[in-house]
Design a protein around this ligand. Structure first.
Ligand SMILES: *Cc1c(COP(=O)(O)O)cnc(C)c1O
Length: 423
């Protein structure tokens, strides 16, 4: 039996109906934007392995930092102890984050980063003796798969089975072109009830919804409204963080600053699972008290794992290099050219580009479901052609590692054009 055959004996895969799923491709090696399977076939990783890998697979700089850390101090509990990598990550992030972000809380993945933000928003008001138990989020949002994160997510495909067991979250429309007013008014009406502790959003780009984009100026207006009503704003930058939008954070396009931010995915360059939730001083001070009960009683065994911190530090240094910043501009320019080329394509109904993210919508006969048959046909077409793309319904998006070559990008574009002809 090969690896792919041995795998299905015991392994249960994410977002997978095992009865109908194709065998899982066994990857044995990665380098830059390329992956090799066990038969030696190569694939261009056009979605950076679910948006985590900007600096290339098996990156030497990050690997060396991890090795040095593993052989110095692999892990120590963060309760009662600290260590240099956590201090350095905090100091480095302070240079990169919006200036109002002052405190960091470490966890393991995007969902836990969101759980922590939501718990902090709720407990902040509890500590003050105020009852605010609900959260506001956008329609079609994605914030993760654990319970509070799932409650905040609005893609019913993922959450339908758990309705009734979830935290109360009320949704407003995304302020896309034409919807600015309904979005603003919906938020205003909710805020007036004084029942809400926080408003969570994916700034500028809703990733899992299919890279759906909206204007920074519209988000600014919603954030001003939240500030006026003392409702905390939570920017979930798990996908958008660390360069994907062309700036370090999507929030860098805003005039307003969020009260909290959630970071993960590219934080460690796609090497070690780690996440950070960041806070203003005001939020931290809401827990700072002589009364021990006002503390945030939340933690994870591997909180601030030194090896993860070392990977994050090396990753943030790579992002800051002239070479990587050039890559961001280079990929954006190539995407814009390709967008131009698709402008009048008879099968393309919409295109979007921000930073290294490119998305296009394909005209189909009926409505396409998230994991429907047209989507599967596209997915298989790309896999056959040695490209990893995971369309969302009829939306194809590209979000490559920043180190991808021009030739590899061209191959992705050409294969998308071929798919438009043949699928
Ligand atoms: C992926 C994602 C999450 C969840 O992160 P996990 O590490 O998969 O738990 C949360 N928010 C956004 C915006 C994401 O893209």
């Amino acid at each position: 039996m090969n690896l792919s055959e041995r795998d299905i004996q015991h392994n249960w895969h994410p977002y997978t109906q095992h009865k109908t799923a194709a065998p899982h491709i066994a990857i044995t090696k990665g380098e830059g934007a390329l992956l090799w399977d066990e038969s030696g076939k190569t694939y261009i990783d056009a979605i950076a392995s679910w948006w985590v890998n900007p600096y290339g697979h098996a990156n030497k700089v990050i690997a060396d930092a991890i090795y040095r850390q593993l052989t110095t101090l692999e892990h120590v509990l963060f309760g009662g102890f600290t260590h240099e990598p956590a201090v350095l990550v905090a100091e480095k992030l302070m240079q990169l984050l919006p200036s109002n972000q002052q405190k960091l809380f470490y966890s393991d993945n995007g969902s836990t980063a969101v759980e922590i933000a939501i718990k902090v928003a709720l407990q902040y008001f509890y500590n003050k003796g105020e009852r605010r138990t609900k959260i506001i989020a956008f329609e079609n949002a994605f914030h993760g798969d654990t319970f509070a994160a799932m409650a905040a997510s609005g893609i019913s495909f993922f959450t339908e089975a758990f309705k009734g067991s979830l935290l109360e979250v009320v949704r407003i429309p995304l302020p896309t072109s034409g919807n600015e007013k309904v979005s603003y008014e919906a938020l205003e009406a909710l805020l007036k009830t004084n029942e809400f502790a926080g408003f969570i959003f994916e700034p500028l780009v809703q990733g899992a919804a299919g890279m759906v984009m909206y204007e920074a100026a519209e988000l600014d207006k919603l954030m001003v409204l939240c500030k006026k009503h003392n409702v905390f704003t939570i920017a979930d930058e798990v996908m958008t963080g660390f360069g994907k939008t062309g700036k370090t954070f999507a929030c860098d396009y805003l005039t307003e600053q969020p009260d909290m931010m959630c970071l993960s995915k590219a934080l460690t360059g796609g090497t070690i699972p780690m996440a950070i939730t960041t806070f203003t001083q005001e939020l931290f001070d809401g827990f700072y008290d002589d009364d021990v009960n006002k503390a945030l009683f939340h933690g994870h065994t591997f909180t601030a794992n030194p090896t993860g911190c070392a990977a994050a530090l090396a990753s943030m240094e790579l992002l800051g290099t002239a070479e990587m910043q050039d890559n961001l501009r280079r990929i954006n320019a190539k995407h814009l050219d390709f967008q131009q080329k698709l402008a009048n394509h008879p099968r393309v109904t919409a295109t979007r580009v921000l930073g290294v993210i490119l998305a296009l919508e394909i005209k189909t006969d009926g409505a396409e479901s998230y994991y429907g048959s047209f989507r599967n046909k596209l997915y298989n077409f790309f896999i056959d052609h040695g490209i990893i793309l995971r369309p969302v319904g009829n939306i194809v998006y590209v979000l490559p590692p920043y180190v991808i070559s021009d030739a590899q990008l061209e191959k992705i574009y050409q294969t998308i054009e071929a798919a438009l002809q043949e699928c």
